[in-house]
Design a protein around this ligand. Sequence first.
Ligand code: SAH
Length: 246
Amino acid sequence: MKNRPSFPVGLDALNAGFPAIGKVRSPEVGMDSSAVRKSMVQKLAGQGITDALVLSAMGSIERHRFVDTALANQAYEDTSLPIGLGQTISKPGVVARMIELLRQGASGRVGRILEIGTGCGYQAAVLSQLASEVYSIERLRGLHEKARENLRHLRLANLHLLFGDGRLGYVKGAPYAAIIAAAGGEAVPQAWIDQLAVGGRLVAPVSTGSAAGGPQALLVIDKTPQGVRQTMLETVHFVPLKSGVA
Ligand code: SAH
């Protein structure tokens, strides 16, 4: 395949970054992982991501720590990967694109961000580098707990992991400067719009057809003093936004 990184991304190199399996991290391994991340960031820039803070956050969070060890060698390719319970971690290109949209050209950190769909916790970690506080909700207890484990080593004091139905938002953290959804429903729940600050922006995948599991597009909602402005962007493929917890 074209565009594959030409440096070593073998499992051994990446696995050595996991203290849990008893290997000690060596400086060479650290360099391998940072080299593949750097290449990923260069590709993101090549795809049109220009926000320097987004690129630097994507370069600093180790995506291979958020996927199964058997998939670690694919962690820096622009592909979504399974994370268990039928869910997937989004492609780096989509994570970067959505966060760039969310920041709408801001020069510094965004205020409070609400993320719906913690999954493995990767995007939450990237968001934590760019926001004052991040509230991230997951409806599957297994993934909520997995994310907690995946994120432990980072000790992100501004990241709050919540277990619940994200369609209701999280009132206690509102109003949010930004809301980002990692799962797509038929429409954006009213609770999200209510919990968005005036001047804030929401980015979410929504169904464009009538069938569940059908086509989706990215929807951007800007809440202005004059009202809500909606912009539909490119086609995307996200797991469905579901109700209740499990
Ligand atoms: N941002 C995640 C992507 C996970 S995939 C990552 O970096 O890994 C989307 C996630 O949304 C899944 O884990 C799914 O369980 C979750 N989800 C779907 N509907 C939800 C809801 N109503 N509330 C909270 N999470 C939801």
